[in-house]
Write a protein that binds this ligand. Structure first.
Ligand SMILES: [Fe+2]
Length: 164
């Protein structure tokens, strides 16, 4: 499988890093049916687990995820308060979005472009980092507070919430 994948990309003058090729092989993925992210010369398999970073437990954004995230627009940072009765419906963006929770608990749902869906119980000092195209929403278990920021919005991309 792997040599065929690499040769396919070499024909297109793209380079597949050894690490990413191993990821693809390990997950038994093909170029056609995977949650593949192609950015510059990087091809990788994205998982929902990569998007949940338990900062309070010493975790940080993985190098693999960082490679596909755009530069953050630090001017976009703002606080949010989401009460119990106002869940955030599943949606996605054409840019990356980050939720950093500081109070309360909530159940976050993440869904990849192929429909793979997983829920996570999220508490303070935990970060949800959703690359462009990854659906995200949450249902608070109580009032939750935190900070939200996004990546720099390039010309021509769509703004706001998008739905599948
Ligand atoms: Fe969002």
């Amino acid at each position: 499988m792997m040599p065929e994948i690499i040769s396919e990309y070499q024909k297109k003058n793209l380079t597949v890093s050894n690490y990413c090729a191993k990821l693809m092989l390990k997950a038994n993925l093909t170029v056609r049916n995977a949650n593949m992210v192609l950015r510059k010369d990087i091809v990788m398999a994205l998982t929902t687990d990569m998007c949940v970073i338990r900062l309070g437990k010493g975790e940080s954004i993985s190098n693999e995820l960082a490679e596909i995230l755009d530069e953050v627009d630090i001017a976009s940072i703002h606080s949010f308060v989401v009460p119990l009765e106002r869940p955030t419906e599943l949606h996605y963006h054409d840019f990356d979005e980050y939720w950093l929770f500081t109070e309360g608990s909530t159940t976050v749902t993440l869904r990849l472009p192929d429909g793979t869906t997983k829920e996570y119980e999220i508490r303070p000092y935990e970060l949800i980092a959703t690359p462009k195209g990854v659906e995200h929403g949450h249902v608070p278990n109580e009032t939750v507070k935190g900070f939200e920021f996004v990546s720099k919005i390039r010309n021509g991309i769509r703004h706001g919430h998008l739905y599948r």
